[in-house]
Write a protein that binds this ligand. Sequence first.
Ligand SMILES: *Cc1c(COP(=O)(O)O)cnc(C)c1O
Length: 372
Amino acid sequence: MNKIPVTSPLLPPLEEFQPYLEKIWESKWLTNNGQFHQQLEQELCDYLGVKHVCLFGNGTLALITALQALRITGEVITTPFSFVATTHSLWWNNIKPVFVDIEPETFNLDPEKIEAAITPHTTALMPVHVYGNPCNIEAIQQIADTYNLKVLYDAAHAFGLEKDGESVLNFGDLSVLSFHATKVFNTFEGGAIICHDEKMKQHIDDLKNFGFRGETKVIAPGINAKMNEVQAAFGLMQLKYIDKAIARRKEIAETYREKLKDIPGIRFLNDLPGIKHAYSYFPVLINETEYGKSRDELYEHLKENNIFARRYFYPLISNFPTYKGLPSAAPGNLPVANEVAEKVICLPIYPDLEISDVNRIVEILKTLLYSV
Ligand SMILES: *Cc1c(COP(=O)(O)O)cnc(C)c1O
């Protein structure tokens, strides 16, 4: 039986990469805003429908730099139901994360619970479009406007995500993408900050290159977070295949939904009205009482069958040693997030996954249900 991972990168035919590499060798320009870097920024602006893209070496450095660019300090309200990098980026900026619970329908930061967590030290909101489902953007912006807070979206799962025909990346002050190998669009490692005006673009570009503006002027204590030419070239090549890859992901998601809908105790998310999804993950929630087995039993059972589903996002960030001492990390403050983290498992979804394998995964879910 072949091994099935939870995700697998989109890799265009190898020979197509050769001409890009030849150009890099010819120019001898390996990094620092080279030709492919500039071209990828432009093509991503066009593809995503955004004003400015600042490429980064990875998504975590982009998050850390975005917080610097917005001069965020003090306390930031964020979600515990995400990949650890969301909260780590606050920690690396000496900012105190304040956890607020999530919505049971979307698993995103619950706007109704934000106001109670605002203090005189709060400077920003940092929501995540988890699994590529958009946050309640309007409600979040309204709170930010009322309390004069910045909004930084961790949009690592939001590549190609559109609401009523517009990219969700156009909302908030800044949005951050990840192009890690496990994401819908990848540059091996990589990431980007999406911003809305030329001045901010310039500032972020300075920050990611040690704070240099020009040859001799350093305008801020920047960092080295640049994307190199090989990564950018790979991104350009992959962009040609991205629509096909997303269409394939959609087909897989629809197959899962069709086959899983009659299995008791398994809940999945449906497409939302007005939303263009990229199907970055396929999370399901296991209701142990109805399904008869726990999420962890299912996880082990799948593993025994060579299917490596993942429990994203478990453990919850607020339960990691670094963060669990924070008052806002108390499980009683985050009942929905704690419950979802105990029930969720992400099933394999990636462009090369065969529909016959999807069927096999569903059969394995069924045999476990009916086994004693
Ligand atoms: C992947 C991911 C990141 C980190 O991105 P890297 O490119 O791996 O540094 C941050 N936040 C979320 C929600 C992610 O899924």
